[in-house]
Design a protein around this ligand. Structure first.
Ligand code: ARG
Length: 566
């Protein structure tokens, strides 16, 4: 149930009834409990538009509002705010409903994420796209949308000639293949030091593009190895991508000629220095000169942009998608603006698909510079995850030395991986973020360990009381302020998820989770649970159960696990 949407609808009607005009009610959360649970703040803007007194309008809206089933009290405050105090009985009933309701009009949504270049092993540069995209995909799915994951991996281009030549030379049993970074470096070194090898590498590129079977075969084997490296990382990270979601750049090879022909037919192409370019008026460089989108080089080769245009066409024509979301770093913003504009001009979007780039900032080290290894190299994702688990292992050993080792290992994995993911997801993706081990593994503040701990705390209440949470079905009585505040937070999940699905900001879900855990801790401190008298005891235990379920649900939508104790 989306409480905000319900209030929005009711108050839209009230505004219309009161003023005769369709005016936005501006439903917002209240900052403080004495101002109610929500507020309708549209009276001020309405007063301006209608040249009337805002408090008078607010009062008319209050008189016109039909909210007896939801609200126990509406009051006009300050310059014309309407404070909405929800009915405890309404909150109690709402808590018995499922936490998420599916969209009335489900959409088909392509989520293009992770999409590493397969020439090298996944490194920290792929982390953000992989986990942000995965959270978005999970959330859309939870809301009943039809999600099509597309891992647009880079598997084409000149680098592969070098890798194929080296694979041929070193064989598939080469130890170097266990670590693609090592393999890449070794082949690059061969390439730079041996002209005969470099020549073989160049021939391989030509042969690959010409479809030579033996070369294709070697290439395919390299791609397979690289994809299994990726898959191992996805599995470790609890990322839902599978091999079936791979839709590689090379899959569009056969479409590229047609894309260029379509652009030509639409008279969008200009030849510039022998290259085929699209110039659109809206794209100008700093010097005011028009900025081209190059779709074919003078040697006939195609580019990243051409492939992305083919991908748009495919997503519209074959996948029949309503939306396509692209999770990449902000440096590709211009690229996507151009691709979307060219696709629109060329008629590839069919006036139907909504193309949305969801950019994110860079990952920085504690020194505020791009995150690197001590000697300045790229940090491999696997090494980063190893370190996360190692750090979490010592943390868990120090905190819970009495737990069996196997359980501690499981906890360390959930906490370590969860911490890395949550630290990223909890920040507004548009800004750069500081990667800080101590902060992300802290049990205080907006971190995965804090939330996982809150969850395990709830489970430990059940253990101490020897209760089975599935039996805790009593109505939640909202007697005290802390209980009521917790209930209102619990009921906001749907509105938060809908906003994340619309705007692509998982940090909003994190903020909700943190608020939920904090509201729970306040309730826990204010109200005895196991020692309370009935019916408060059953009611509070039920509130614990619902909180635990939604904490773990929210975390699972971010791909983060909870553990029963820690
Ligand atoms: N492979 C690209 C990179 O590593 C990301 C691809 C993103 N998706 C897309 N459709 N262009 O930067």
């Amino acid at each position: 149930m989306n409480l905000r949407a319900i209030l929005n609808e009711r108050f839209s009607r009230a505004f219309e009834k009161a003023t005769g005009e369709a005016l936005p009610p501006q439903i917002q959360l209240s900052g403080r409990p004495e101002f109610g649970d929500y507020q309708a703040n549209g009276a001020m803007a309405a007063a301006k538009a209608l040249k009337q007194n805002p408090r008078a309008i607010a009062q008319q809206v209050v008189d016109a509002a039909e909210v007896d089933d939801l609200a126990e009290r509406l009051e006009v405050a300050g310059p014309g705010f309407i404070n909405i105090h929800l009915k405890p009985g309404f909150l109690t009933a709402a808590l018995t409903e499922p936490p998420i309701t599916a969209a009335v009009t489900p959409e088909k949504v392509v989520v293009d994420y992770s999409s590493p270049n397969l020439a090298k092993e996944m490194h920290v540069g792929h982390l953000r796209s992989t986990i942000i995209g995965d959270a978005i995909a999970r959330i859309l799915e939870a809301l009943g949308h039809d999600v099509i994951r597309q891992n647009h991996v880079g598997d084409w281009g000149t680098q592969f000639g070098m890798l194929i030549a080296y694979l041929e030379e070193s064989g598939e049993d080469s130890d170097e293949l266990a670590d693609l970074e090592v393999f890449y470096r070794a082949s690059k070194q061969r390439f730079d030091s041996d002209p005969a090898f470099a020549e073989r590498a160049r021939q391989r590129v030509v042969a690959l593009q010409a479809g030579d079977p033996a070369t294709r075969d070697l290439w395919q084997r390299f791609i397979d190895i690289s994809l299994s490296h990726c898959q191992a990382t996805y599995d470790r990270l609890d990322v839902t991508l599978t091999r079936a979601d791979v839709m590689a750049e090379s899959a569009y090879n056969d479409d590229l000629e047609a894309v260029v022909a379509d652009l030509k037919a639409r008279e969008l192409l200009t030849t510039s220095d022998g290259a085929q370019c699209v110039f659109l008026d809206e794209f100008k460089g700093k010097d005011g000169k028009p900025l081209p989108v190059i779709v074919q080089k003078s040697d006939g080769g195609y580019l990243y942009a051409t492939t992305d245009l083919a991908a748009v066409r495919y997503r519209v024509r074959v996948l029949d998608a309503d939306r396509a979301l692209y999770s990449t770093d902000a440096r590709q913003t211009l690229h996507f603006r151009q691709i979307f504009a060219v696709a629109e001009a060329a008629g590839f979007t069919g006036n139907r698909i909504s193309l949305e780039h969801q950019p994110f900032g860079a990952m920085l080290g504690r020194d505020g510079k791009p995150f690197k290894t001590r000697d300045g190299g790229v940090v491999k994702l696997n090494d980063l995850l190893d370190e996360a688990v190692t750090r979490a292992t010592s943390l868990v050993a120090a905190k819970s030395p009495d737990l069996p080792e196997a359980e501690r290992e499981m906890i360390a994995r959930a906490v370590g991986i969860g911490a890395v993911k949550y630290a990223d997801l909890s920040k507004n993706r548009t800004s750069d973020y500081l990667f800080d081990w101590d902060q992300m593994l802290s049990f205080d503040g907006n971190t995965a360990p804090y939330l996982q701990y809150a969850y395990s705390r709830i489970q430990s209440i059940f253990r101490r009381g020897s209760v089975d949470p599935s039996d805790l079905t009593a109505d939640v009585l909202l007697a005290g302020e802390a209980e009521r505040a917790l209930a209102v937070v619990l009921l906001r999940l749907q509105e938060v998820l809908e906003q994340v699905a619309r705007e692509g900001f998982p940090h909003l879900l994190c903020a909700w989770l943190y608020e939920l855990a904090t509201a729970f801790m306040r309730f826990y401190e204010a109200c005895p649970i196991l020692n309370a008298e009935e019916p408060a005891r059953a009611s509070r235990l039920a509130l614990c159960r619902i909180t635990g379920e939604r904490l773990s649900l929210g975390l699972s939508l971010l791909g983060i696990q909870t553990v029963p104790r820690m």
